[in-house]
Design a protein around this ligand. Structure first.
Ligand SMILES: NC(=O)c1ccc[n+]([C@@H]2O[C@H](COP(=O)([O-])OP(=O)(O)OC[C@H]3O[C@@H](n4cnc5c(N)ncnc54)[C@H](O)[C@@H]3O)[C@@H](O)[C@H]2O)c1
Length: 253
């Protein structure tokens, strides 16, 4: 009897995957058995990670993708399809975080943050969503934020508004892609223990910040990365259009 064919390795593209939480999501996906395409506006810092995960460059590769450029999304998709036949997962993680009082935000800065965070997520969902629809399978995971639900505390109105837009886009893509075997979910973390958060919540501000978190500590980004991998799996077929809150009890609904 012929040996069963090995199951096809699924491919996951992560935006903003070179540093911070994105790199942890890449690790979690790779550990869960996905081939990872680690993209970023400058993927250079991810080269060491890709080599650590797979020196042969087969299950972990890097690629340049500025999420404000639709052509970059299309190029990464086309190259991945050319090399491996298909892509199964997109993680829209890239974002710009900004801290500024609302009355001081320059409208041009507002638009720039919206373009990266909300615009980038829209473009990714649309371009990869078409591929997923045509294949009849796909998983989209959008990194939103508690700020998109409660208006934010440590971050600016542009960041918070962009994350609120991501939550709405998640529902729309989920609804329209559901008949095609494609799910689209959002994760809304509160402050996770990442370099970005530690740059915003300086040591002097930390005690005050923790006092406002019911569980009294920052979130574990590895747990959230595990959630990305969970939602990326084929078994996560019955969850779509959802927002997964991971906020230490700051916002309950
Ligand atoms: N850290 C937290 O506590 C927290 C909380 C809630 C939500 N989030 C969300 O999780 C995600 C990751 O957060 P993080 O803490 O790692 O942030 P980060 O700022 O450390 O990393 C963001 C990544 O996005 C990349 N990026 C920025 N602009 C880009 C562009 N135009 N195209 C492609 N890549 C671009 C950066 O190069 C970087 O690698 C973000 O969506 C963020 O909003 C984080």
């Amino acid at each position: 009897m012929a040996a069963p064919l090995p199951e096809k390795i699924q491919t996951a593209v992560v935006t903003g995957g070179a540093t911070g939480f994105g790199a942890l999501a890449v690790r979690a996906l790779h550990k869960a058995g996905f081939r990872v395409v680690i993209t970023d506006v400058d993927p250079g810092p991810a080269e060491a990670l890709a080599q650590e995960l797979d020196l042969a460059g087969e299950t972990a590769v890097i690629g340049t993708l500025d999420v404000t450029k639709p052509d970059d999304f299309q190029t990464i998709l086309d190259r991945s399809v050319e090399r491996w036949g298909s892509v199964e997962v997109l993680v829209n993680n890239a974002a710009r975080t900004a801290v500024q009082p609302v009355l001081e935000i320059d409208p041009a800065d507002f638009n720039a943050i919206m373009a990266v965070n909300a615009g980038g997520t829209f473009t990714g969902c649309q371009i990869f969503g078409r591929h997923f629809r045509d294949r009849g399978y796909g998983r989209i995971i959008n990194m939103a934020s508690l700020a998109g639900q409660n208006g934010g505390t440590a971050t600016g109105a542009h960041y918070a508004a962009s994350k609120g837009a991501i939550l709405t886009l998640t529902k729309i893509f989920a609804r329209d892609l559901a008949p095609f075997g494609v799910t689209c979910n959002a994760i809304a973390p509160g402050p996770m223990d990442t370099p970005m958060v530690r740059s915003v919540i300086t040591p002097e501000k930390m005690a005050g910040a923790l006092a406002n978190i019911p569980v009294g500590k920052l979130g574990d980004p590895d747990f959230v990365a595990g959630l990305v991998a969970l939602l990326a799996g084929p078994e996560a077929a019955f969850v779509t259009g959802a927002c997964w809150d991971v906020n230490g009890g700051i916002y309950m609904r």
